[in-house]
Design a protein around this ligand. Sequence first.
Ligand code: BG6
Length: 490
Amino acid sequence: MNIATTPSNNAVIEIIIFGGAGDLSTRKLLPALYMAHLHDELSDGTRIIGVGRQDWTRQDYLDLVNSHSPSFVEPSEFDDGAWQKFLNRLDYVKLNLSLADDYHKLKAASSASALRVFYLATAPSLFTVVCANLSSVGLIDDRSRVVLEKPLGTDLASARAINADVARHFKEEQVYRIDHYLGKETVQNLVALRFGNAIFETLWRAPYIRSVQITVAETVGVGSRAGFYDGAGAMRDMVQNHLLQLLCIVAMEPPISLDADDMRDEKLKVLRSLRKMSLADIKRDTVRGQYVEGTSDGQTVKAYRQEDGVPAASSSETFVALRAQINNARWANVPFFLRTGKRMQKRQSEIIIEFAEQPFSIFGNGPGSEPSRLIISLQPQESIQLSMMVKEPGSGMTLHPVKLGLDLQSSSDKRRADAYERLLLDVIKGRLTQFMRRDQLEAAWMWVEPIIDGWQSLDDKPRNYPAGSWGPAASSALIARDNLAWFEEA
Ligand code: BG6
């Protein structure tokens, strides 16, 4: 079977999840695979093997899955009979990931004819040893695929080292670096919107676009993930991957086809065109924040430094806002404002394309005059709206903004799969388009790492912002310098 061929319905497929008992597996991967099972998207021969270090029987593992995963399935999609059949697909293997000999147990549990998908939902420090040990017992063949969860390294050097180690055992076309934002329906719709509608493509450039805002705001705090998050911060956790991937889709040139490498070549060019920031740029164009006590969803919530597992003097950022620029002909002088944070006022992920104002307006620039904006909302609702000026009814010629809206949820009867489900099915089908290639990942680090280093050398401490707000005041000031405002504050 060719690597990019959709397996037949009776193909034997094994999805082997390292970290099978972990949070990602029980909260996201298994519910996503259940949905694929429920909707007949998995071949009859698909099995799922959870790999963990706990000394468990298969039944212990099923008990864990049973107690954690069903609550992450939409209640209307939960069918007890289907769930029990789904559980029949599951198996468990206890492994000490560092012990090569242990991998013989996995080999014994795996069918020789299976197409194997290895999903590495473990700390990235284990990626190297897992790949080497899989290889040493002969579990990797030309059809195998490996899925690497983020974070892929903590800086350029560690990302390169992981990529080089994985490449010793898997060819690049067998490697699926997952960024679940690329599996979101609206993100994929952005490609359709841009390249399937001539009216946008002609205007999609300077000087017709005045600015772009990309916001991923969450109301949740760090939760139980302090161990990982405090060492990473929002820049590594969100900007280096999700926000830059969104920026790539907004800014890329039309690819020559939808093939994986044609798409990824264009995204890579965007990352390489991002203007590198000097220390002066970092000081002026970036804002780090950290939440202090405040109110979120009507509840008083703790400061970041008081969360379980967070050092009392932590200087990790839970918020970043920055002004980026792309050095190419299409985007010269168009500022891209990126912003992400935990414990923000609303859960809201959106891309705002603000079009330039008219060079001359016969209506004047009085109150009510606003530039047109394309508002692409990814979360919590998926929608695309174009805000335009129309005349207010009555005598006179007063204008006011009205939104022309596309409600994506009700635009089709077809089921909208969750990002992980869609991406897992892409892996099984050998579709690489929505996964990051090695050079893309490294290019993203090349832009992000100097900013993180710059913060260190400038001794830039995060500014406080109350939980439940839109971040530090400096974030509003950052965008105000361009005579603009964040969309919620406009
Ligand atoms: C993950 C980050 O990649 O994305 C988390 O590690 C973040 O910190 C999550 O909460 C957000 O994903 P979503 O799909 O809920 O917006």
